[in-house]
Design a protein around this ligand. Structure first.
Ligand code: AMP
Length: 191
């Protein structure tokens, strides 16, 4: 099962990805988590990415494409993967098409978690207030969130029609509780 999970920051991608990982025994490929790990390790990529992430901007495409292209080959992807946070713009989506074609991998679905903006701001504020300070994300604050949402609308949202045209887009109402969203996802993937 190979899935892309789409949605603006705070839409609940991480939570739903964890459920899908459990259900299908697939790998969770979160580019945000990979970048945060690279920053914690102070690797070259981490050093390049830190200021960009803290400002709510996107890390360079060539870095992200290289990371994902390698990551998909890891043994834990043998049953498939869920991409969370990638592709983030049309150039990444086109590169992913080529990567998958090269590796003879097909997508089973592109899930879009649809949520409204008020809801997102509340959710991000809640996530920041409930997380212990050491684990709190530097980019989970109202100011950076505004930038992340602007970047989402300008660069990431155009990826949705890209997949809609391919006939693989599955729209999910992301404003319900975790269980209800998960049931909608199961039903959509079963079609
Ligand atoms: P996320 O955890 O997916 O919200 O990602 C956190 C931050 O990591 C984003 O705001 C970007 O700065 C960066 N990032 C994650 N995935 C990508 C990607 N595919 N392309 C560029 N930047 C990314």
């Amino acid at each position: 099962m190979n899935i892309i999970l789409f949605g603006p920051p705070g839409a609940g991608k991480g939570t739903q990805a964890a459920l899908l990982v459990e259900k299908y025994s697939i790998a969770h490929l979160s580019t945000g988590d990979m970048l945060r790990a690279a920053i914690a390790e102070e690797s070259e990529i981490g050093k390049k990415a830190k200021a960009v992430i803290d400002a709510g901007q996107l890390v360079a495409d060539y870095i992200m494409i290289e990371i994902i292209s390698h990551r998909i080959d890891a043994p834990d992807c043998v049953n498939g993967f869920i991409l969370d946070g990638f592709p983030r713009n049309v150039a990444q989506a086109e590169a992913l098409d080529n990567i998958l074609l090269d590796k003879d991998i097909s997508l089973d679905g592109v899930l879009e978690l649809v949520v409204d903006e008020e809801f997102l701001l509340d959710r991000i504020k809640k996530r920041a207030s409930e997380t212990v300070p050491e684990k709190r994300r530097v980019d989970d604050n109202a100011e950076v969130l505004k930038e992340r949402l602007a970047v989402y609308h300008e660069q990431t949202a155009p990826v949705i029609p890209f997949y809609e045209e391919k006939g693989v887009l599955l729209k999910i109402d992301g404003m319900q509780d975790i269980g209800a969203v998960s049931r909608q996802i199961d039903a959509a993937l079963a079609t």
